[in-house]
Ligand binder design. Structure first.
Ligand code: IUR
Length: 458
């Protein structure tokens, strides 16, 4: 494809992309700056996004787009003694995915600095910020100075995106959402990696999920996205790797904001469900290895498991809660397992209609029912009910008898309907034998990191 002289004319730039030509760094810069300064019309932004969605972008164009978006706002700066230690993870979203709540303090306990910028949930997957906001007093809004202070004293914080961090992404994402241009590899990569770039990270692990409860139903789609993200992240100077993980069954035993906080605290005490601990230690081991805090993946995995068992990760979580606005007493009570979070007024258990072994619990219907019951939102500013959720009393691989309770649903208003109960019953698959296998099935790295194929130690 040919690349011609820079244009200062927006219709011409849109026309080039429409006609499948490559855009120069200057043209991409002109477009992104126009988006940020609001000198380009929304109709033009929509047209450009559709042209990118239909014609694609080369890796070089995507890297230029990512760099320009990153530089559209504030880029966080860290003190010299954080050098090499600033790490984060990003997940493409799963059902019951509370990994961030455990991984951030576990990494801080291992000596890393984790300035985690997370999102609220939209659609069927939950958001890390919603889970944390179920804790009374927790404040997701922290200035760059406050983040720096928390990282100095605690080592990790989990915050929302502020208006001055990658403002171009805010605008572009809002327009992608209403122009059917969300599902574009270059636009997804630029959106995710520009925000991580603005955190000035040294290392990043991406958890790219595939399966029925994920954005990608099949592994090859997830693999393509993962490789793209890894390449763009590394090009931006962040050591980046991606884990491909199965998202068929809910992660852990709880889904729903406050229930997931309680389960995370159990995991921070080294008493979490096996699949959740496996995911946390796998992602953590890669970050520890990339930032040279662990000499091997095996050593990294051991370090994460050790801080979960010896209470140091829980202590970091408690300190993070206090640093982000929770009273000292409430944070302590919560971490000691006392009832601090509001419980839903009603609970109902469903019983298994056959006996055998639990083969699967389909995560999508579970998430959709919880969404209808008020655990999720359809519009960005909609209120949610933090106490709505489910507990799995039986999980994949467990033996089950006909009549055994297998799920407890926490709800209030609206009440649980017959249709929802039937959907939940159908999500339970009972057979003779459960499918075994690790949650993380592949690790994607750049060639310089050893290429694809590294895994988590058994
Ligand atoms: N998350 C992001 O930050 N950006 C995107 O484009 C998608 C998810 I899809």
């Amino acid at each position: 494809m040919c690349t011609s002289q820079p244009h200062a004319n927006v219709p011409e730039i849109i026309g080039k992309k429409r006609d499948k030509m490559d855009l120069s760094a200057e043209e991409i810069g002109y477009f992104v700056q126009g988006v940020t300064k609001q000198t380009i019309q929304e109709s033009q932004i929509g047209a450009m996004l559709m042209a990118i969605r239909l014609q694609g972008m080369t890796k070089e164009e995507t890297m230029n787009l990512t760099k320009e978006m990153k530089n559209s706002g504030n880029v966080l700066q860290w003190p010299k003694d954080f050098s090499g230690l600033v790490v984060d993870k990003h997940s493409t979203g799963g059902v019951g995915d509370k990994v961030s709540l455990i991984l951030a303090p576990a990494l801080a306990a291992c000596g890393c600095k984790v300035p985690m910028i997370s999102g609220r949930g939209l659609g069927h997957t939950g958001g890390t910020l919603d889970k944390l906001e179920s804790i009374p007093g927790f404040n997701i809004t922290q200035s760059p100075e406050q983040m720096k202070d928390i990282l100095k004293t605690v080592g990790c914080c989990i915050v929302g995106q502020t208006a001055d961090l990658v403002p171009a992404d805010k605008k572009l994402y809002a327009i992608r959402d209403v122009t059917s241009t969300v599902d574009s590899l270059p636009l997804i990569a630029a959106s995710i990696i520009s925000k991580k770039g603005a955190e000035s990270l040294n290392a990043l692990i991406l958890d790219v999920k595939y399966g029925e409860g994920a954005l990608y139903k099949e592994i090859h789609g997830a693999r393509e996205l993962a490789q793209y993200l890894v390449d763009v992240g590394n090009h931006l100077g962040i050591q980046t790797a991606a884990a491909l993980s199965r998202m068929d069954n809910p992660i852990g035993r709880c889904v729903g904001n406050s229930l997931e906080v309680i389960e995370s605290i159990e995991c921070l005490k080294g008493k979490g469900p096996k699949d959740l601990e496996e995911l946390v230690s796998c992602l953590g081991s890669h970050l520890l290895h990339m930032c040279r805090k662990a000499e091997s993946l095996k050593a990294g995995e051991k370090a994460i498991k050790d801080v979960l068992k010896d209470g140091s990760a829980l202590a970091k979580f408690q300190a993070m809660l206090v640093a982000q606005g929770v009273t000292t007493d409430k944070a302590k009570d919560l971490c000691q397992g006392k009832e601090v979070l509001t419980r839903a007024k009603k609970q109902e258990e469903l019983k298994a209609q056959a006996g055998g072994v639990v083969q699967a619990i389909h995560s999508l219907p579970v998430a959709e029912v919880l969404h209808e019951l008020g655990a999720g939102r359809n519009q960005p500013d909609e209120p949610i009910n933090w106490s709505v959720g489910i507990e799995l009393l039986k999980t994949v691989g467990d033996k089950i008898n006909k009549g055994d309770p297998w799920i407890r649903i926490h709800f209030e208003n609206p009440p649980l309907s017959e249709k929802q109960m039937s959907l939940l019953q159908k999500s339970l698959v009972i057979g003779e034998k459960a499918q075994e296998g690790p949650l993380v099935t592949e690790i994607i790295q750049t060639q310089s990191q050893g290429g694809k194929g590294h895994s988590c130690p058994p």
